[in-house]
Design a protein around this ligand. Structure first.
Ligand SMILES: Nc1ncnc2c1ncn2[C@@H]1O[C@H](COP(=O)(O)OP(=O)(O)OP(=O)(O)O)[C@@H](O)[C@H]1O
Length: 244
C-alpha cells in the first residue's frame, strides 16, 4: 500500500441473505484527509463502516485500514482507529473526568498518561468548570465534542465518525468541525458520515452512496461542476433523483 493511503477499499460487499446492503464499493483515503461518506437513509453507510472498523466480516471484497486487512487483522485495526457512533459512547452517569479516565483505561493508557490527557482535554475544550459534573447534565454539543476527543485518546491514525453532530445547531456543528480540521491538520484521517449537506462542503472529498453503491466520489467543488449544481445539497438531490 502506498504510504500515504490509509484506507484502501476493493469491491467490498456485504450481503444479508439475498439483500446486498453494500455492493462492491472501491475507494482510497489518504493520510490527513477528511473523507465524507454520504448517502440517504438505508444506503449502506453504517454497514460499510462496520466492515471498515473490523466488527463485521465482508461477504466478499477486501479493505486495508491503517495497513491491516479487515478480513484477517480486525483486532489490530481496532487498536489503530477511533470510532464515534451516532449515539456516542460516553457514560451519562460518570463525570467528564471519570469518562476520560474510563476510556483511557480501555485504550491501555497509563494512569499518568490519563491524567495528562484529561488535564489537556478539559483545558482545550473549556470544560474546567464542569469537569466534575455528570456528562448527562451537559448540553448535547459539549457531549459530542468530548466524545470526539475521547475517541482519539489513544492517538489513532484514523477516526470514524458516524453522524457525529446529529441534533445540534449550526454554530455548535461548526465548532465541532473546527476540531475535525485540527485533528486532520495533525495528520489524523477523518472518515465521517453526515446528513448535513453544509458539512459535506467542509470535506476534502465526498462519496455518495445510493442503494449500496458509490455513485459519485470527488471533491465538493468537482462534484458541483459534474452535476451542474450550486451546492452539495443540489448534487445529492440530483443523484438521488437520477437513480429513482
Ligand atoms: N444486520 C442486518 N440484517 C439485515 N439487513 C440489514 C442489517 N443491517 C443493515 N441492514 C439493511 O441494510 C441496509 C443499509 O443499512 P445501513 O444501516 O447500513 O444504512 P445507512 O446508510 O447507514 O442508513 P442511516 O443513514 O439510516 O444510518 C438497510 O436496508 C438495512 O435495513
Amino acid at each position: 500500500m502506498n504510504n500515504n493511503i490509509v484506507i484502501q477499499v476493493d469491491k467490498l460487499t456485504k450481503e444479508f441473505g439475498d439483500f446486498t446492503a453494500v455492493n462492491a464499493i472501491s475507494f482510497e483515503v489518504s493520510r490527513g484527509e477528511i473523507f465524507g461518506f454520504l448517502g440517504a437513509n438505508g444506503a449502506g453507510k453504517t454497514t460499510a463502516m462496520k466492515m471498515l472498523i473490523g466488527i463485521s466480516k465482508p461477504s466478499s471484497g477486501e479493505a486495508q485500514v491503517a495497513g491491516y486487512s479487515v478480513r484477517t487483522q480486525a483486532e489490530v485495526i481496532k487498536k489503530n482507529i477511533g470510532y464515534m457512533s451516532q449515539k456516542f459512547a460516553l457514560y451519562d452517569d460518570l463525570t467528564v473526568r471519570e469518562n476520560i479516565a474510563f476510556f483511557g483505561g480501555i485504550y491501555g493508557l497509563s494512569k499518568e498518561g490519563i491524567r495528562e490527557k484529561a488535564d489537556r482535554l478539559i483545558e482545550e475544550l473549556g470544560l474546567g468548570a464542569v469537569s466534575k459534573s455528570l456528562v448527562g447534565s451537559l448540553p448535547l454539543g459539549w457531549k459530542q465534542k468530548l466524545a470526539f476527543s475521547v475517541s482519539m485518546l489513544h492517538d489513532p491514525k484514523i477516526v470514524f465518525l458516524d453522524e457525529p453532530t446529529g441534533g445540534v445547531d449550526p454554530i455548535t456543528r461548526r465548532q465541532f468541525w473546527e476540531m475535525i480540521y485540527k485533528a486532520a491538520n495533525n495528520g489524523t484521517t477523518i472518515f465521517v458520515t453526515t446528513h448535513y449537506m453544509d458539512e459535506a462542503e467542509y470535506c476534502d472529498r465526498v462519496s455518495i452512496m445510493v442503494e449500496g453503491k458509490i455513485e459519485a466520489l470527488d471533491t465538493p467543488k468537482r462534484l458541483k461542476e459534474q452535476f451542474k449544481a450550486d451546492s452539495m445539497n443540489a448534487v445529492f438531490l440530483k443523484l438521488a433523483r437520477n437513480i429513482e
